[in-house]
Design a protein around this ligand. Structure first.
Ligand SMILES: CC(C)(COP(=O)(O)OP(=O)(O)OC[C@H]1O[C@@H](n2cnc3c(N)ncnc32)[C@H](O)[C@@H]1OP(=O)(O)O)[C@@H](O)C(=O)NCCC(=O)NCCS
Length: 212
């Protein structure tokens, strides 16, 4: 898989030796954002060796040789109402180092990795995210594609559930349901134990968190 170098920024495949630093980065970036503390560093820790993890789409971003971002993809499917399973990918965790957020690096990493996913032949990407960020890279509400989120009651707000076709028309005649791959649902007790192997950090309950 190729590496891109532009204006002092490198995006390259994650290597085994990067793993702990990437987990530290994800922990710092996600900590207290969606819940007190976070689980994403543990999700990364367990997912990389899982069957559906897309090794070719496991990226780190560096600036001046320092790690500043990461993104990963996992194979997933839409269970179509026709009874067929439609292969897609899901994405994340994706993050950018705290002091460099909102400077365009996230979008650069996202757009680069979506291009690579497209080159690999994946037809669509679905996941949970904020349209304010992902909309700029061509994502729309999954409901507009006729894709429902597993377990969400009809009529409930599904604006967190986003989709982008990588192959135009890939979901044209598809309606169905998407279920987040099991690998994302880590055991919170295990995550807690894993978190103790990192420097102590204060968990905070903050307004705007989704869980907690
Ligand atoms: C989300 C994240 C990856 C975005 O990367 P970033 O480098 O900060 O974002 P960018 O600067 O590339 O953003 C591009 C545009 O997307 C929008 N955007 C980005 N983050 C946003 C946010 N948190 N809320 C609203 N809009 C946002 C903005 O319009 C932004 O342009 P602007 O800053 O000129 O207004 C990064 O902020 C991050 O690591 N957050 C914590 C972890 C996380 O939430 N990951 C995503 C989980 S789904």
């Amino acid at each position: 898989m190729k590496t891109v170098k532009k204006n002092g920024i490198t995006i390259r495949p994650e290597e085994q030796k990067d793993r702990r630093a990437v987990e530290e980065l994800a922990r710092d970036s996600f900590f207290n954002v969606y819940r007190p503390g976070c689980l994403e560093h543990y999700v990364l820790h367990v997912m990389r060796d899982s069957f559906d993890f897309v090794k070719e789409l496991d990226f780190v971003m560096e600036k001046g040789g320092e790690l500043i971002g990461q993104n990963v993809f996992v194979k997933a499917k839409i269970r179509a109402d026709s009874g067929k399973d439609i292969p897609i990918v899901t994405m994340g965790p994706i993050c950018i180092r705290n002091d460099l957020k909102r400077k365009g690096y996230g979008k650069m990493l996202l757009d680069y990795s979506l291009e690579r996913a497209k080159e690999m032949g994946f037809g669509a990407v679905c996941f949970e995210g904020n349209i304010a960020f992902y909309g700029k890279s061509g994502f729309d509400y999954a409901s507009k594609f006729g894709i429902r989120y597993h377990g969400l009651p009809e009529g409930a707000d599904s604006s967190f559930f986003l989709c982008k076709e990588l192959i135009p028309g890939y979901l044209k005649d598809v309606t169905g349901e998407y279920k987040t791959p099991d690998i994302y649902f880590v055991d919170e007790k295990e995550a807690e134990e894993f978190d103790k192997t990192f420097p102590p950090k204060q968990k905070l309950k903050l307004p705007g968190q989704l869980f907690g």
